[in-house]
Design a protein around this ligand. Structure first.
Ligand SMILES: NC(=O)c1ccc[n+]([C@@H]2O[C@H](COP(=O)([O-])OP(=O)(O)OC[C@H]3O[C@@H](n4cnc5c(N)ncnc54)[C@H](O)[C@@H]3O)[C@@H](O)[C@H]2O)c1
Length: 383
């Protein structure tokens, strides 16, 4: 695969993870420029990672060398900036959320189709070693026919670690727009598209407090619910209980577990690249010899680690979706975190909100194919 010239737009917290990981693991992506509305921030990032150019957004868009822009600006700028990037004739990989509703998402994707450029969007964690391995084992029938999933994103928001937590509690943000994509893309890529949604919201903590950064000591009054409990019915018939919260200090709920008629698959955290899937098979339970046999009794109690089948670059990593996009540009194929998936995930998030506000089931209008699996042992089909 040839090398692609890449520009980073938005020199904040996550840009450091992208740059470090791309430099360490994805040599096909050559980051040659950093841009930011605050050019000083772009300069600082470029200096930290020995990136040759730093400048404003306008200069990035004019730079003919750049083929792919990675948009790492705050959520409220994604739609407008992605449009600018596309109009400049560049391919874009955007951080999540892509948009707050499907009509805006469609506008961006239609524009990209008109301009003949490709679009990708985070989360790309479903391409990671752990989740691709989980999919491989599930497709191989290790727990038989799946029928139920529990997915639980239980945290206490971002104000104890993010230097700029306020935007996370504004309209168009919150736990759903910030975190649901990781879980929904894992669910859809592993088990297929969503058919309908029932959801309820709650706000566990009304007055929040900022603990770090320039605004430490100030309070935050959230503009949005900070907890959602939802049930998703997938087209395959699988039922998913999905809880997502910025109001929970600590929990023992599993982050991601799939139940089948032949056992249970468990996974540590869909927000992470690495993660060893673990399995509990029906036979461990039904082998009644455990009544007289200590080893069988031990087997009855525990999950077993399943070997990861793909390169695990790092536990928490970013950039694989950009490599997948570059590969799709070169091979004239579709990238995996593509428009169809983006629309479906965007609608699912909107559907959770609509159902919780209306008290009615939300029927999904969009659908998508499961993005094709990665080749066992390698990053991508061709790489
Ligand atoms: N922080 C994380 O751990 C994390 C993890 C995964 C994904 N993300 C996503 O990445 C994106 C960025 O998050 P972050 O935490 O790095 O944000 P941040 O606030 O730390 O950084 C954002 C940067 O974008 C710049 N910016 C703001 N408006 C701009 C504009 N109109 N044009 C150009 N530059 C502009 C800011 O000056 C800042 O340098 C968000 O969409 C977020 O959801 C963040």
């Amino acid at each position: 695969m040839r090398t692609f010239k890449v520009g980073i737009l938005g020199a904040g917290v996550i840009s450091r993870t992208y740059l470090a990981d791309i430099k360490a693991f994805y040599k096909e992506l050559d980051v040659v420029a950093c841009a930011d509305v605050n050019v000083e921030a772009a300069k600082k990032l470029a200096t930290e990672f020995q990136v040759p150019k730093f400048y404003s957004t306008e200069d990035l868009l004019k730079d003919e060398e750049i083929e792919i822009v990675i948009n790492l600006t705050p959520p409220q700028f994604h739609v407008s900036l992605n449009k600018e990037i596309i109009k400049a004739g560049k391919n874009v990989f955007s951080e999540k959320p892509f948009a707050t509703n499907i009509s805006e998402a469609k506008e961006v994707l239609d524009l990209a189709a008109d301009q003949g450029v490709k679009v990708g969007c985070a989360p790309d964690t479903f391409l990671s070693s752990g989740l691709q391995s989980l999919r491989y084992y599930l497709d191989g029938g290790i727990i038989g026919k799946p029928f139920f999933v529990t997915a639980n994103m239980t945290t206490f928001g971002v104000e104890t670690w993010h230097p700029n937590p306020l935007p996370f509690y504004k309209k168009g943000s919150g736990p759903l727009y910030d975190m649901a994509g990781y879980y929904l893309s894992a669910i859809v890529s592993i088990l297929g598209p969503i058919e309908s949604i029932a959801a309820f919201d709650a706000t566990g903590v009304e007055n929040r407090h900022i603990y770090v950064g320039p605004k430490a000591g100030e309070d935050i009054i959230p503009e949005i619910p900070t907890h959602y409990t939802s049930i998703l019915r997938l087209k395959s018939g699988v039922v998913v209980n999905f809880n997502i919260s910025f109001d929970i200090y600590k929990s023992n709920l599993p982050m991601f577990e799939i139940y089948g008629d032949g056992g249970t698959l468990t996974y540590p955290d869909p927000n992470f690249g690495g993660g060893t899937p673990r399995v509990y098979r029906k036979e461990q339970y039904t082998d009644v010899i455990y009544r007289d046999d200590v080893e069988a009794l031990e087997r009855k109690e525990k999950f077993y680690d399943l070997p990861e089948l793909f390169p695990r670059v790092k536990d928490y990593s970013r950039g694989l979706g950009v490599l997948d996009l570059a590969n799709a540009i070169e091979t004239k194929t579709s990238n995996r975190a593509n428009g169809e998936l983006i629309l479906h995930i965007t609608e699912a998030i909107e559907g959770i909100i609509k159902s919780s506000e209306s008290g009615e089931f939300y029927k999904m209008m969009t659908t998508c194919e499961r993005p094709r699996p990665m080749k066992v042992g390698g990053f991508l089909d061709e790489v």
